[in-house]
Design a protein around this ligand. Structure first.
Ligand code: PSV
Ligand code: MN
Length: 387
């Protein structure tokens, strides 16, 4: 079913895992715990490495600071490398400190802005130790009531703060700005959409790009259009993949709307986003509230792989011919034929040929690993989102 060009692309596929997906998470109503949950960043990395061991798809782990602060990042890096993975994106966090109640990089008080800028400087220092390329910034900044703030002045302050951070980046570093249309602010958000993120990063320079979190759009938004546009502009820095039924649900990628995932990946493929030179980084940003975390992450990366395999089956010359001749239904059939092809058997054969389990999800379930870590990880405090 797959040509050599297709398996080359599948083999090169790399999806970064979020360290926080392995900690406990929940809603504002309840955070449920699970046996075996990591008690420190080292155990989170071990869990991420397990996902990579079984899937060959997840060679790096994103860290969130301060959640993943350790005494020695050199030690954490060595731990990761010993398990066959590397440390990836460093995510800053200016949404859990009292001083940020009314904003961080956009705050009206210079002292608070400077504290937020300093936090990013600290993140850049960590990147130098971990060898990370990307500094990812998501801001909770916004307001709840009309009249509460001067919206335009906050855009100016945001640009000024981002410039200070940008000027500290190392030669191989990038700044990736993530947008989200609401939450925790309910009236206005300072970086609510791809257009605002683009305007802000465009003013900074070439090393600044946009992060597209698939859960951060209003219902019905045509996300694949945004993918095509940002790739066209050369500013699609990374994806935070997850899925949603309502708001920022952070569910398993491809669970809520597999066809949307297919359409997004198709635009990535068609517009050169799988070419390493495009610089697009693929990450998950998920929270496993009620399901087991390691198999949850395995399911997610496999879903991305499966959709990628389907996208590779799209007959592009036939699609282009149909598009050019105005053959509306013909063009749509080309796309749907690929989407409706069952690639699971071919992917299993290919995995087996590479020395991986045919079905990594089942392989994990029957491995007894979950019971083993539950028995091993006794005592200490389990890590959690926001801990
Ligand atoms: C915000 O909702 C977000 O998507 C950002 O990426 C944060 O860093 C992450 O979630 C925290 O889970
Ligand atoms: Mn995100």
């Amino acid at each position: 079913m797959f040509t050599k060009a297709m398996t080359d692309l599948l083999e090169a596929q790399a999806i970064e895992l979020p360290s926080w997906a392995f900690g406990n998470s929940g809603t504002r109503f309840r955070v449920f715990t699970t046996p075996g949950t990591p008690r420190n960043p080292f155990e989170k990395i071990s869990d991420a490495a397990k996902v990579h061991e079984l899937t060959g798809l997840a060679p790096s782990v994103a860290l969130h600071i301060p959640w993943d602060k350790v005494d020695s990042f050199a030690e954490l890096k060595a731990h990761a490398e010993g398990l066959g993975v590397s440390l990836g994106t460093i995510n800053s966090n200016t949404f859990q400190d009292e001083i940020y109640k009314f904003g961080s990089l956009t705050h009206v008080d210079k002292k608070v802005r400077q504290a937020a800028i300093d936090h990013h400087y600290e993140c850049i220092d960590i990147m130098n130790e971990t060898g990370s390329q990307d500094l990812k910034i998501w801001l909770a900044d916004g307001s709840n009531y009309p009249g509460q703030v001067n919206i335009r002045a906050r855009q100016d302050r945001l640009q000024e703060s981002l410039q200070s951070i940008y000027s500290r980046l190392g030669k191989n570093h990038r700044l990736v700005l993530e947008y989200k249309f609401f939450e925790p602010a309910f009236y206005h958000t300072d970086v609510p959409d791809w257009g605002t993120a683009y305007v802000q990063v465009n003013q900074l320079g070439e090393k600044a790009t946009v992060c597209l979190d698939t859960g951060h759009h209003a219902p019905g938004t045509n996300i694949e259009f945004i993918v095509a546009q940002l790739l066209r502009l050369g500013r699609l820095g990374s994806f935070d993949f997850n899925s949603r039924f309502y708001a920022d649900d952070d569910l398993i990628v491809g669970a809520a709307d597999p066809f949307q995932l297919f359409r997004i990946i198709f635009e990535v493929y068609r517009n050169g986003g799988f070419d390493k030179r495009s610089g697009v980084a693929f990450m998950l940003d998920q929270c496993h509230n009620i399901e087991d975390k390691i198999p949850g992450q395995i399911r997610s990366v496999l879903n991305v792989q499966e959709m990628t395999a389907k996208v590779l089956l799209v007959d592009l010359p036939a699609l282009e011919a149909a598009e050019k001749s105005g053959d509306v239904l013909g063009a749509n059939s080309v796309l749907m034929d690929a989407y409706n092809t069952d690639v699971r058997g071919a992917l299993s054969d290919w995995r087996e040929a590479r020395g991986l389990p045919r079905d990594p999800f089942q392989a994990y379930r029957s491995s007894g690993h979950l019971d083993a870590i539950a028995k091993e990880r006794i005592g200490g405090a389990q890590m959690g989102w926001g801990a």
